[in-house]
Design a protein around this ligand. Structure first.
Ligand SMILES: Nc1nc2c(ncn2[C@@H]2O[C@H](COP(=O)(O)OP(=O)(O)OP(=O)(O)O)[C@@H](O)[C@H]2O)c(=O)[nH]1
Ligand SMILES: [Mg+2]
Length: 604
């Protein structure tokens, strides 16, 4: 077929109407869009492509049955060429395919996977070559494909001749494997009717492939009297009607001879035309519809089920990765601080004296004189920062939420005492200057007032962060950024470089993977001991394909357009995933290579 590249949905299809559009198309788009940010799921995409492409593969019509039933003779009659060897003693001992093609050639599939091509002159030559191959080499041959040019239906159907199913163990196993993979089955019975084996095989196939048709042929009817034929047909129908599309009589021998001799009487007596018309109507004319139905059931559906699970997982993961914004206002940094997204101020969730235990504030908040509170702020290094300070009166006032007690967001600031908190603001200079008074906010009612500086009040510290970089990365002002999409805190510099307050200076170092791990464990940047190598999923979230290096250069200045290790080993031993920031592609390589490292913390 020439139209492989056209999306089958848009093809002008003369072979029947289409079933519903395969949901795999939608999944493929969805997968493509998330591929940039989630896992290396190229394999899933490849599998979708393979399944969709398989809809264009010819339909596999397997001719099977007991030995000597007349399978090969029937196939020869069907293509009107005497290509398949037929014998009174058992003949077929390899799986032989009749398929389309542009040249007359045999393609020999060896058991060791090798392919061999041989040309043939005419049908007699083909038959002779196949015969010779089967006689002397059949043990090394898995299949022989016969390419027959100018048989248009072979472009849509591959006809597969199999050894008799009750042949020796090796051949029977080969036949059974073909039957299992058949899109449609033509089952040839000897005129004695269906034996136990036929019955079992057909039922088994139909159970596994409810959409695949089975056409049952009662062959060799030339050897039967009319009454015998009628009885044999009735008996076969009674036994198998529920499982097959139709039971049809045939004399493959007369059909084959009638064609060769151009003898109409023999052809008429063979019932061949009835059979051929049936196949034309119910198999060949409905090719596309049948094919889609069968492939959909067999290949698409299991993949669709897998994709549904996959997308559910992704949705769950994205949800858990989404930055946690408390009450639409405070972004939880997971370290006992929140950022007020209204003004980018970073607040400690606990009052001084309390301890953040990962979930809430425990222990008693302390009270301080105003000077004492300022001193405590100066000596606080929470979350790796040493620029904590008392908030101004205005800043502190903005935390007030009226209508509750304490008058503050209690999810963002749990266990807040409903009492007075110092601000840094002193009472205005001027006529009423009272040097020893400072402002406080009363979280019992939300009011602001002044108190003597040697009164003791609570304190909650604040620091400034810089506005988000390009909406996505929030500059924490300390050489790290917070990715607001994933909630991860990243070092802005690669290891080896130094953050000078504005950019990354110095040369990024290269590490083999075990040194990278060592350097990671030893790293205590900002006082954190939980810096780690990013997983490959996490590292891939940094990639922006449209630029080189393929990363946000404002958030990560002076990033080398080079290889960066992830912490994820690949399935191949001693290989580890990395991202190449020259083109943004992830891959894996030997862990002894020297690559760069950018550390991350949070989430997981
Ligand atoms: N009388 C009669 N003989 C037939 C008919 N069909 C096939 N034969 C003969 O039965 C023998 C076996 O035919 P094949 O076509 O080789 O049968 P097969 O099912 O391919 O056999 P294996 O490949 O060995 O399983 C040959 O001698 C054929 O001529 C038929 O309709 N009537
Ligand atoms: Mg045969």
């Amino acid at each position: 077929m020439t139209d492989h590249h056209i999306d089958p949905r848009f093809r002008n299809e003369p072979y029947g109407y289409h079933l519903d559009i395969n949901p795999l198309y939608g999944y493929r788009e969805q997968l493509r869009t998330i591929l940039a940010t989630v896992q290396p799921h190229q394999d899933l995409l490849n599998r979708i492509d393979a399944v969709l492409k398989s809809f264009d593969d010819p339909m596999r019509v397997v001719v099977a049955g007991g030995f000597n039933a007349g399978k090969s003779t029937f196939l020869n009659a069907l293509v009107n060429q005497r290509i398949m060897p037929t014998k009174a003693v058992r003949s077929t001992c390899t799986v032989n395919l009749l398929q389309g093609g542009t040249r007359r050639e045999l393609v020999i599939h060896r058991c060791n996977g090798q392919l061999e091509q041989r040309s043939y002159q005419n049908e007699a030559d083909a038959q002779q070559q196949i015969d010779a191959l089967m006689k002397t080499e059949h043990k090394t041959i898995a299949q022989i494909a016969v390419c027959c040019p100018n048989q248009s239906f072979l472009e849509r159907f591959t006809l597969i001749d199999t050894p008799g199913l009750d042949h020796n163990a090796r051949d029977s196993a080969a036949s059974a494997a073909e039957v299992k993979n058949a899109d449609a089955l033509i089952w040839v019975l000897h005129n004695k009717g269906a034996e136990k084996l036929d019955y079992e095989q057909i039922v088994q196939f139909r159970t596994a492939n409810p959409d695949s048709p089975v056409i049952l042929i009662l062959n060799q009817v030339d050897a039967l009297e009319y009454d015998e034929l009628r009885d044999a047909l009735t008996a076969t129908q009674n036994k198998l009607n529920a499982h097959v599309a139709v039971v049809l009589p045939l004399s493959a021998k007369l059909a084959s001879e009638g064609q060769a001799e151009k003898n109409q009487t023999k052809l008429d007596a063979s019932y061949f035309y009835d059979l051929r018309n049936y196949l034309q109507h119910y198999l060949f004319d409905q090719y596309r519809t049948l094919q889609e139905k069968i492939r959909f059931q067999r290949c698409s559906q299991p993949l669709i089920a897998e994709l549904q699970r996959f997308f559910n997982d992704v949705a769950a993961q994205q949800q858990s990765n989404a930055p946690i914004i408390i009450n639409h206002r405070y972004q939880d940094l997971g370290d006992g601080t929140v950022i007020d997204i209204l003004n980018n101020l970073q607040w400690m969730r606990c009052a001084l004296g309390q301890t953040w235990n990962g979930k809430t504030c425990t222990e008693e908040a302390k009270t301080f004189t105003w000077e004492g509170a300022k001193g405590a702020a100066n000596s606080t290094h929470h979350a790796g920062h040493n620029d904590w300070r008392l908030p101004t009166g205005v800043e502190l006032g903005k935390l007030v939420v009226h209508g509750q007690n304490p008058t503050i967001d209690q999810q963002a600031f749990p266990n807040t005492p409903n009492s007075r908190f110092w601000s840094s603001s002193q009472r205005d200079e001027g006529v009423f200057t009272t040097k020893n008074k400072s402002y406080y906010v009363e979280f019992n009612d939300g009011g602001i007032d002044t108190a003597k500086m040697d009164d003791t009040n609570y304190a909650r510290l604040v620091r400034e962060t810089v506005a988000p970089i390009e909406q996505r990365y929030r500059d924490l002002g300390d050489g790290t950024v917070l990715d607001t999409q994933t909630g991860l805190q990243w070092m802005r510099c690669a290891l080896g470089q130094t953050w000078d307050g504005k950019t990354c200076v110095g040369k990024a170092r290269k590490f083999d993977w075990s040194d990278a791990n060592k350097a990671t464990i030893e790293n205590r940047y900002l006082g954190y001991s939980d810096w780690r190598l990013p997983t490959i999923d996490e590292l891939k979230t940094l990639v922006i394909k449209e630029q080189k290096p393929t990363i946000d250069q404002q958030a990560f200045p002076n990033t080398p357009s080079s290889w960066f290790w992830s912490g994820s080993p690949s399935d191949v031993s001693n290989y580890v995933w990395y991202v190449y920031f020259y083109n943004g592609y992830p891959s894996s390589n030997y862990l002894g290579n020297g690559y760069h490292v950018r550390l991350v913390r949070g989430r997981q």
